[in-house]
Design a protein around this ligand. Structure first.
Ligand code: C2E
Ligand code: CA
Ligand code: CA
Length: 835
């Protein structure tokens, strides 16, 4: 995946909301359309069910109405019948009354005959109706249908239900005041005589003869009349959309149907079985819906699917029904559905349009908002970028300040490691050599002391610019600290090239520096470490350069030294010396030898210089130059110095008691010892403790000591002078301003350096100088001692110039106190002998 950069993020902020809204709108619209479809399907289903229900309700209502109608007609049957027979009997009664009234005068028998004969032929109700007459004894007077019964008693005749037909009828009529309806069962004239049908009758008393005139009719016949009427009615009955009603009988035969060919045919098995179910219902309304393939359907020769409502007519074994053709209904429904769908589509269109419009508006708004946020973001980004740039500049500046020296503007220690590192890489890739040169400005402290710190700073600035002027394209110079600089030359062909670089640096110091109108001269010491030969680690290279610089300075200021294994070994030895030195002091390995000092005038051994010796068990004999320097470095010089001082005083006192001819002793004092504030007092204490006369003790100090704090040194020297110590300026002439010290310091003795003694015979200049020194010494009332006298000629020359005291191998090397004692005693003896 590609990383999410600001550009992309910005685009996301700008356009993502619009995309999300679009997606959301699409989803919402899809859901809308989907739900609209489902809703419309549900609606259609609902409509279908509703329509079917409605239609079912219509046919059910229709059937109920018709059933009610039939029921009403049925209930009318008896009333109709009763009315008919009532009217008939009253007619017959009227006829009989008329005949009786009109024939009062005729004999009863005859009138009776006239009446019976008048009533006998009368028929009504499609010929089924007739009259009969009984007397009160149950004797049949007249019977139109069965005349054979006339004259016979029917008193005990029973119908199929065991009813005494005539008896009961007469009893009812008598009870009801002469007339009554009556029911019984009776055979039909045209049907098998065994079968009896329910009849209803009416009888009325004809009082003149005590006759009961009556008639009756079969209920079933009346019913079938009504049925006929119903069939005829329903045959042509239509409702709704030319819908019709059909009648099926008990056997499943169609009784009434608008299509004549269907009448008397049997219904399908499917409908038959559904019909049987309805008929089988036990209680209540025996009715229900059926759903079947109808044999008949107008305009469809093979019939069609139909839903009908069937209802049984109680007591008639008739089932009436009506229904609707599903196919026709579906066509109607289809019309409805398409109208519904049309309206749904229109509604959907409206909704989708509204949602689209609102979506577009929201998208436009979100785009605008996204753009605004994006722009804001952009502005922030620009501002952040600007701030960041400023910050970076400040950071760079701070980094530059941190990595560069504020005074010289050169890279400082922080940058140095990196510089040397890249130098090493450069040399490695270009197959050449490199050098790290550590430079120390000689006596810089002195310059600071003499001319002030601002002059020192200006000097450093000036040399820095000069250093830069000698650099090659790949070279660098950095300020390492104080008056120390480090050069890195990564582009050297060989050692000679390195030496040339050293010379180039040294040439910088050949010129005089003019600072604040003053002319300064100075020099430098250089330590060089080469890469890759000496090391390939920047820090190690600096350390090695430092080591050789230190070494070179110790050896000779103003020189350059290359790191080498020999130097390294020497340095290792130095370390070992330092290590062993501490033990040596404790284990008393340090001894003191004494070199005699001879008075030139008398030739007498008037004193000795105490010189420390160390024969190390581990390292063998070590030069005092080395171990004294080591002792100074590691700080044991005080211990060592006091030891030598005490030992020398004790030794000398032991062989030469205080007194007029007592032997003097010169003891070397390291400049470091002078740094100790209580030094003069301690020396005083030691001498007092030992008991040696202070005037016998001379302290030798070198000129180097004066390079330190001159005032402090002068103060210490004054105290020591005051206590009575002699003060000798050792190695006189090797330093810069030996002469100037003679006036300012309380010196009692000058010790001409061995290098002058060495050259006194070969160099006229030296001879002149020695002569001058001796002259100055005598003029200042100082003893002049020459050291390193190795030959008689040297001695003679010195003696000639008026040197006071001499010291050197010509007379004696440094000796043990025992040897000194012997020499001293013999000299004393020879002195006393000569006396
Ligand atoms: P220095 O004070 O200049 O001591 C004189 C050195 O010259 C001694 O070397 C001595 O042995 C040597 N010498 C004497 N006569 C001759 C001669 O005729 N020819 C030659 N070539 N050399 C001669 P040494 O003992 O090796 O001492 C060297 C330096 O060590 C001394 O130089 C002194 O500065 C220092 N030193 C020695 N002992 C002590 C000490 O106890 N304390 C201190 N602070 N420095 C000491
Ligand atoms: Ca000395
Ligand atoms: Ca000396």
């Amino acid at each position: 995946m590609t990383p999410l950069n600001d550009r992309k993020l910005l685009n996301i902020i700008r356009y993502a909301p619009a995309v999300f809204i679009t997606l959301f709108a699409v989803v919402v619209n899809v859901i809308l359309i989907q739900s609209n479809r489902i809703e419309s399907e549900e609606k259609i289903e609902f409509i279908r069910e509703n329509l079917i229900e409605q239609q079912k309700q219509v046919i059910q209502d229709q059937i109920k109405q018709i059933a009610d109608q039939i029921d009403r007609q049925k209930s009318q049957t008896e009333k109709t019948l009763q009315k008919q027979i009532y009217d008939r009997v009253y007619e017959a009664h009227k006829i009989a009354s008329n005949i009786y009234e009109r024939n009062r005068n005729k004999p009863t028998e005859e009138v009776m005959k006239m009446i019976t004969e008048a009533l006998r032929p009368i028929r009504f109700n499609h010929g089924r109706g007739y009259f009969f007459i009984y007397d009160s004894n149950g004797i049949n007077v007249m019977h139109s249908l069965f005349p054979q019964l006339e004259g016979h008693s029917v008193w005990n005749t029973k119908d199929v239900r065991g009813t005494l037909i005539v008896q009961e009828h007469i009893a009812r009529m008598q009870a009801a005041g002469g007339e009554a309806f009556y029911r019984w069962w009776y055979s039909k004239p045209d049907v098998d005589a065994k079968e009896q049908f329910e009849k209803i009758g009416f009888g009325k008393l004809f009082e003149p003869y005590g006759w009961y005139v009556g008639t009756g009719d079969y209920i079933v016949d009346v019913e079938s009349d009504i049925k006929m009427q119903v069939v005829e009615w329903l045959q042509f009955f239509r409702y709704g959309d030319n819908d019709y009603v059909f009648i099926i009988d008990e056997e499943g035969t169609i009784v009434s149907h608008p299509e004549p060919s269907m009448v008397n045919t049997h219904v399908s098995d499917e409908l038959g079985s559904q019909l049987a179910e309805i008929r089988a219902k036990k209680d209540g309304d025996r009715s229900g819906f059926t759903h079947y393939m109808a044999k008949y359907m107008p305009g469809a020769p093979n019939g069609g699917e139909k839903i009908s409502y069937l209802k049984m007519i109680d007591g008639w074994d008739w089932t009436i029904g009506t229904g609707f053709y599903v196919q026709r209904f579906e066509a109607y429904l289809a019309d409805n559905v398409s109208a519904l769908e049309e309206s749904n589509r229109a509604e959907l269109k409206r909704v989708v349009l509204a949602s689209l419009v609102s979506t577009l508006i929201i998208i436009a708004l979100s785009l605008k908002l996204g753009r605004a946020i994006g722009d804001r973001f952009n502005r922030f980004q620009e501002r952040i970028g600007k701030d960041f740039n400023e910050l970076k500049q400040i950071k760079d500046k701070l980094k530059y300040l941190a990595e560069h020296d504020s005074l010289t503007d050169l890279p400082n220690r922080l940058l140095l490691n990196g510089i040397i590192h890249s130098g090493i890489d450069y040399a490695h890739h270009n197959r050449c050599f490199g050098a790290v040169m550590l430079l120390d400005v000689d006596d810089f402290k002195k310059i600071n002391d003499l001319y002030g710190h601002s002059a020192g700073d200006k000097l450093l600035k000036t040399v820095s610019r000069k250093f830069e002027s000698i650099l090659g394209p790949h070279d660098t110079v950095s300020r390492f600290g104080g008056d120390e600089f480090i050069f890195c030359f990564p582009d050297l062909s060989d050692d000679r090239a390195a030496r040339e670089k050293v010379l180039a640096i040294q040439r910088v110091f050949e010129d005089k520096f003019i600072i604040d109108g003053k002319v300064l001269t100075t020099n430098c010491s250089i330590g060089v470490a080469m890469f890759p030969s000496d090391d390939t680690d920047p820090e190690a290279l600096i350390r090695k350069a430092d080591v050789v610089l230190y070494k070179s300075k110790a050896h000779h200021k103003g020189s350059a030294m290359f790191y080498s294994n020999d130097v390294n070994e020497e340095i290792q030895l130095d370390y070992m010396i330092e290590e062993e030195l501490r033990k040596a002091l404790k284990e008393e390995e340090i001894k003191v030898l004494y070199q005699p000092q001879i008075d030139v005038q008398s030739g007498k051994n008037i004193g000795v210089e105490a010189l420390a010796r160390w024969n190390s068990k581990r390292l063998g004999p070590i030069s005092p130059i080395k171990f004294i320097a080591a002792a100074e470095d590691i700080g044991v010089i005080h211990e060592l110095g006091y030891f030598v001082f005490r030992k020398a005083c004790e030794d000398i006192l032991s062989i030469s008691p205080n007194g007029h001819d007592a032997m003097g002793v010169s003891i070397n004092i390291s400049p470091k010892q002078l740094m100790e504030p209580s030094f003069p007092e301690t020396l005083l204490e030691v001498t007092q403790k030992i008991g040696i006369d202070i005037s016998r003790v001379t302290l030798e100090i070198t000129e180097n000591v004066l390079l330190e704090d001159l005032n402090m040194v002068a103060e210490r020297l004054n105290s020591m002078k005051a206590y009575g110590f002699g003060l000798s300026l050792d190695d006189f002439g090797t330093g810069y301003s030996s002469l100037s010290y003679l006036n300012t310091l309380p010196i009692t003795e000058i010790k001409i350096d061995r290098s002058f003694t060495d050259k006194i015979l070969v160099s006229e200049q030296t001879r002149t100088l020695v002569k001058a020194i001796i002259a100055i010494g005598s003029s200042c009332k100082m003893t002049v001692v020459a050291e390193g006298v190795e030959t008689m000629e040297q001695f003679n020359a010195l003696s000639e110039h008026g040197c006071d005291v001499v010291q050197g191998y010509y007379f004696a090397p440094p000796l043990t106190i025992e040897s000194i004692s012997e020499i001293f005693c013999s000299s004393l003896q020879s002195g006393s002998e000569s006396n």
